[in-house]
Write a protein of this length. Structure first.
Length: 98
């Protein structure tokens, strides 16, 4: 399940970077997404979140809500890197899996 979710995160991030014409030379767990040195702005982040929620539901059959009090108040943002976002989405999917 985690590999499939990682693939979904990678595709969603790649699509957002492409749509907003932001450079993305290589993607790995440490690729910065959002934050002080991240590549996307808040509008692109909202789009990424919506896309991820839809993709996870369509491809995995699991409904998740990525933005909630927990995700917005975490000391280390789950939106900082591909690795942190994959870990967070995986945790949500496992929690909401029926």
């Amino acid at each position: 399940m985690q590999n499939k979710l990682r693939d979904i995160v990678l595709r969603a991030v790649s699509q957002i970077f492409s749509e907003y014409q932001m450079p993305l030379h290589q993607m790995n767990e440490d690729t910065l997404i959002y934050g002080e040195r991240g590549g996307i702005n808040s509008l692109a982040l909202v789009r990424l979140i919506v896309d991820l929620e839809e993709m996870v539901e369509e491809e995995m059959g699991v409904s998740i809500t990525i933005t909630d009090e927990k995700s917005l108040s975490m000391k280390n943002s789950p939106f900082a890197t591909i690795g942190s976002l994959t870990e967070f989405v995986t945790e949500l999917a496992h929690t909401n899996k029926t």
